[in-house]
Design a protein around this ligand. Structure first.
Ligand code: 5AD
Ligand code: SF4
Length: 432
């Protein structure tokens, strides 16, 4: 989501006459797009911005801005904390950035814009994108779920869905420019409710759900793969799995964050589902999308998490057999509600639990990957592998990173690869 937001802002600035600098050293304007989901990211951001003090002394005309969730979270307090900043702009106000930057350049004043947290973003489609064949497409903003640990509803505002026609127009445009893969983004895609005109000649708007959106996008010529994230287990439904089965372009990968395997902790987290419901969903997913992959997010060390709660998470991980898991140490994020609970799991125990989860997941991922050995998989080639530039890398439909030998000119193409060996995070194969 942050990558997409950065592209949006970059595109908007380019459309307004700015150009992209080769490096931060050569830039006249530096914007930091921030994430405030975990404390660690915020701390790093603050020290990175503070590091620009010398640079600003050398080049007093340099404009430095903070955009994204941390800007929304701390508002004008960020100007006091980081005097090098000229601009603090929340996610809802990012469409105002070209004007704000011009004002700062003209008047050398500092500006704060954080008032549009609940607004629908104007339907602007700056064409700038980092990648030439894979695109992120936002289908909505905000979140109404108020998971107790999570800051997102406070900094991204109420859930609002983009109109279905606008999304379809954007994807059509991408297809026309040669894009092959789109990833639909929302905090909870399963609660998507876009409006569309009821039918030809009608002016009445009706609300449509995620399944209809998927169907519409599946019909767009040129797009070969559709991904989506994130699904919330309380709203994910067998209809989604049927759509994954029936619509040929939807990739067989589901990201379904569990957060904890303990019912007691899930309740404290305000997740609105129990472990049994999650397991049932996974069972249905596996039935409708055989061979599909499943990944998750897990938080270790939520307030009051006991050994027993933690073991419930470990057991659930083994039972589901996730293809991958993003694991995080809990951090208190006021004004999120859990900040009122005592953060009583020690840092050392959080770290220990996190490491246990990571070791376990590596083992499970390797086993899951072994199941692909000997199989032929479709890969969309990303280009030379970062770690081994003599090889190509790309993703399978199940979102597994795959490396193999081949010419660079295959970048952006779909190829077939026979898997010969695996690592926990990589498949290794040969083009057929
Ligand atoms: N502490 C640790 N992890 C968190 N996440 C969200 N809020 C917190 C927090 N306060 C994790 C969740 C979420 C992912 C994006 O970040 O697992 O799914
Ligand atoms: Fe945060 Fe929960 Fe919303 Fe995800 S669903 S963004 S974890 S409040």
């Amino acid at each position: 989501m942050n990558i997409r937001d950065s592209e949006f802002v970059m595109g908007l600035l380019i459309d307004n006459g700015f150009t992209r600098a080769e490096s931060a050293e050569k830039a006249d304007i530096i914007l930091f797009n921030s994430c405030s989901v975990r404390e660690h990211a915020e701390d790093r951001l603050i020290s990175n911005i503070a590091d620009l003090k010398l640079e600003k002394k050398k080049r007093p005309r340099l404009v430095i801005g903070l955009i994204g969730c941390t800007a929304q979270n701390h508002k004008s307090k960020m100007l006091e904390r980081l005097p090098v900043l000229d601009i603090v702009c929340g996610p809802g106000n990012e469409s105002d950035l070209p004007r704000m930057i011009k004002d700062v350049l003209k008047d050398r004043c500092s500006m704060v814009a954080v008032d549009k947290v609940d607004d629908k973003r104007p339907e602007l489609f700056p064409s700038y994108r980092e990648n030439k064949f894979k695109a992120f497409v936002s289908i909505g903003e905000g979140c109404d779920n108020y998971c107790s640990y999570c800051i997102v509803p406070y900094v991204r505002g109420r859930e609002r869905s983009r109109d279905i026609e606008d999304i379809v127009r954007e994807v059509n445009d991408l297809a026309g420019r040669g894009y092959k893969e789109v990833t639909l983004l929302g905090q909870n895609v399963n609660s998507y409710k876009g409006s569309r005109v009821q039918g030809p000649g009608s002016r009445k708007n009706i609300k449509t759900g995620f399944a209809e959106l998927l169907q519409k996008i599946n019909g767009i010529k040129g797009i070969e793969r559709i991904r989506f994230m994130t699904s919330h287990p309380k709203d994910a439904h067998v209809e989604l799995f049927k759509a994954m089965r029936d619509l040929d372009k939807i990739c067989e990968h589901l990201h379904l964050p569990i957060q904890s395997g303990s019912d007691r902790i899930l309740k404290l987290m305000n997740r609105n589902y129990a472990r049994a419901k999650y397991l049932k969903l996974v069972e249905e997913y596996k039935k409708f999308v055989p061979g599909g992959s499943i990944t998750t997010d897990i938080i270790a060390g939520f307030p009051s998490e006991s050994d027993r709660d933690f073991n419930d998470t470990v057991d659930l991980m083994k039972e589901v057999g996730f293809d991958g898991a993003f694991t995080f140490k809990y951090s208190s994020r006021p004004p999120a509600r859990s900040a009122e609970l005592i953060d009583d799991v020690s840092e050392a125990l959080k770290q220990e639990r996190l490491e246990m989860l990571m070791v376990l997941q590596r083992e499970i991922s390797r086993k899951r990957n072994e199941e692909t050995c000997g199989k032929i998989v479709q890969v969309l080639v990303d280009g030379p592998s970062e770690r081994q530039p003599s090889l190509l890398s790309g993703r399978t439909r199940t979102n597994k990173n795959t490396i193999f030998q081949g010419p660079k000119k295959l970048t952006g193409k779909l190829v077939e690869v026979k898997i010969e060996s695996v690592k926990p995070h990589t498949l290794i194969g040969r083009m057929t």
